[in-house]
Design a protein around this ligand. Sequence first.
Ligand code: NAD
Length: 479
Amino acid sequence: MQPYGHFIGGREVPAKESFEDLNPYTGDIFSLAARGDADDANAAVEAAREAFPIWSQLPPAEREKVMLNAADLLEENLELLREIIIDESGSTITKARGEVLYSASLMRAAAGESRRLYGETFPNDKPHRLSMVIREPMGVIAAISPFNAPLSLLVKMIAFALAAGNSVVSKPSEETPVVAVEFAKILHQAGVTPGAYNVVTGFGSDLGGALVEHPQVNGIAFTGSTSTGVRIAQSAVKSMKRMQMELGGKNPLIVLKDVDIEKAAEIAAVGAFFHGGQICMSSARIIVEEEIARPFAEALAKKAASLPLGDLRDPKTAYGPVINQRSLDKIQAHVDSARAEGAEILSGGEVHHGLVFKPTVIWEPPRTCAAWCEETFGPVTAIVSAKDFDEAIEIANESDYGLSAGILTNDMQRGLSAARRIHCGAVHIGMHSFQSDAMAPVGGIGMSGFGRSGGHYSVEHFTELKWISMELGETPNPF
Ligand code: NAD
């Protein structure tokens, strides 16, 4: 098996040391990936720093062309990338395919942003002064990404940063290094300046510190768990780096009594079980008005029990394995403790096979248990009943997280009222909590992080504002 290298300065650099990249569905070794260290991180930052003046000063039309080429190449390489995503991350064929196509659409959305680094002028109280504000790329961005959507989340983090003229060093999850290196090759085929986009693979503990604390890194884009995000933020703040933190969630889905129960259960099942619940925005806390709570819970449990699990390349398969044994153990522990604390398990609650956990619906857990309060990141959702709309909102807001929420109702006034009252970064009316849009500002509040990514919101994040003023006449000198 030919070991993968890093991708630095426009070429694949052989690994000094490798580690086994496992297929979570079969348990087999999928590939050998480069285990990077601080020297590799430093080399990637140096390459990015050297490329920055070239890439950032290209005419916007040139950067736009590269991004559009990359979008086309992503589509041309759909099969290659899809197969890697299936084997490396345990995604189903449907999810893997969707990720590649979404990545292409992110690239196209970012391409247009290359031309939109808008500034402004404003009147100055001193009569002969002109004030203007321009937007400049920040420099080198370190982009640290998670395993669950290993291509599209990485692309979302880097596409807008590159479009704005920054150069980037990517550190993908140690669970999914190969798709990141293949993506780097595609971006170079698309014509990106060598060194403007680099990938170092390996473990955060080996190279994360070197990347985050590097004096030549100007900004950090991190998507991952809250605990890692807090650690990275603590170390990045020492050199006052700009940060974008997209962290975990425990997202509420409110179901009001006016809905069609079967239809609501179908929507909730997607929100809770898509990619086995390994989605930051998955609908993990379902709050239902009490008149329909039990029938809704039973409909959802029935739907859950009917979800086909198995061959990842069968388009009917609902989801695959969780990423590793540690994750499976945490999921089982959350379910077991909810049961021990008096909750009823309406479906699932145990392993299906290998690292595949059955779709699990927990009924009325205490609102202090781990399965209700902490991110499970597995195919587990919990339902509690609320006596009315106001109590449902109160329960939804009982969380340290604040990423995303959904509300199912036919009453649009209540839907919009809920959207205004729920504390989080996004609320979806008539939908579950997991939605994506290349141009929308995605991000959270509280322990779900800060900063927004997507469309021009990303560009704002990855650029610095500079105030330039000019004396056009004679302003009296006070001395
Ligand atoms: P993780 O926090 O374990 O790892 C994320 C990345 O951080 C990986 O690349 C990892 O190698 C790296 N890392 C770990 N320690 C580091 C260190 N000390 N320095 C630098 N880098 C380090 O997260 P994960 O398990 O890969 O992903 C799942 C988590 O990501 C969940 O909590 C999920 O909610 C969250 N997530 C959030 C969003 C969002 O948009 N808010 C999207 C997807 C996933």
